[in-house]
Unconditional design. Structure first.
Length: 252
């Protein structure tokens, strides 16, 4: 799609009791944040919800109204608790239908009737939806601005990779970072003054304790590289003014 000078925003909805219970550690959000930024799409919110229909439907409807895109992960498998497809259909007020292309993929692996019946749950998509390609098996789907993907990291990654070039593109965010062996309290006032001069850049501070020393990683994120470079130089000078040496300078 055509480039846009405005920010294109997204929300991520992570679905699954196993995430909330701590039995499974989510890694999909980090991958999505990096990949979507490459596509010129910025994640502005992420939520985790259980496998409860009402909560999923409410979250989908709230997020799709506020953001350009919503990406969901989890809950599209063959078992009784995989209810994402039903919930998306309910959120849009449309029926679920069997997608012939997904059904054909499922039939390629012969299975006893009861197993095939369960697997065919993965062929259901909301009426009017399109497919997200998956080289490992059944496809994901999308309807309007909601994109529904698997929770298994390798499969989710293949699905989001398949969307390259198909989504509306906005600004790509670049970053600069530098480490200061100074506490946040020491630099808070100066950081605020620097931030005030560049309201279009996000300047964040992330404290750490390393090798018996307190320090802060300072990260700048924005879409105007020239301004990022100027801000980086100001932050480096601030560190020097406090008697320390800027370390671990990164541009990305």
């Amino acid at each position: 799609m055509a480039n846009s000078s405005k920010r294109v925003t997204a929300a991520v909805l992570i679905i699954g009791n196993e995430i909330l219970s701590g039995r499974t550690q989510d890694t999909n959000l980090a991958y999505l944040a990096k990949k979507l930024n490459e596509y010129g799409i910025q994640i502005r919110e992420a939520r985790v919800v259980p496998d409860i229909e009402g909560e999923i439907v409410d979250a989908i409807n709230a997020l799709r109204a506020r953001f350009d895109y919503v990406f969901t992960t989890g809950g599209i498998g063959p078992t009784h608790d995989d209810i994402t497809a039903e919930c998306i259909a309910k959120a849009f007020g449309v029926p679920l239908v069997i997608n012939d292309e997904i059904a054909e993929i499922l039939r390629r692996r012969p299975s006893p009737p009861e197993i095939m019946e369960a697997r065919m749950r993965m062929a259901r998509i909301p009426e009017g939806g399109g497919l997200i390609r998956n080289p490992f098996g059944p496809h994901g789907f999308y309807i309007d601005n909601v994109y529904v993907m698997a929770g298994i990291p390798r499969v989710m990654q293949a699905m989001i990779d398949a969307l390259q070039g198909q989504l509306r593109r906005g600004e790509t965010i670049q970053s600069r970072s530098v480490t200061a062996y100074l506490s946040e309290g020491q630099i808070a006032k100066r950081l605020g003054d620097i931030q005030a001069g560049y309201p279009h850049i996000d300047l964040g501070s992330y404290p750490f304790y390393r090798s018996d020393r307190y320090g802060t990683i300072l990260v700048m994120r924005g879409s105007v590289e020239a301004d990022l470079d100027i801000m980086l130089e100001q932050v480096k000078q601030m560190i020097v003014d406090f008697g320390e040496t800027p370390a671990d300078i990164e541009r990305g």
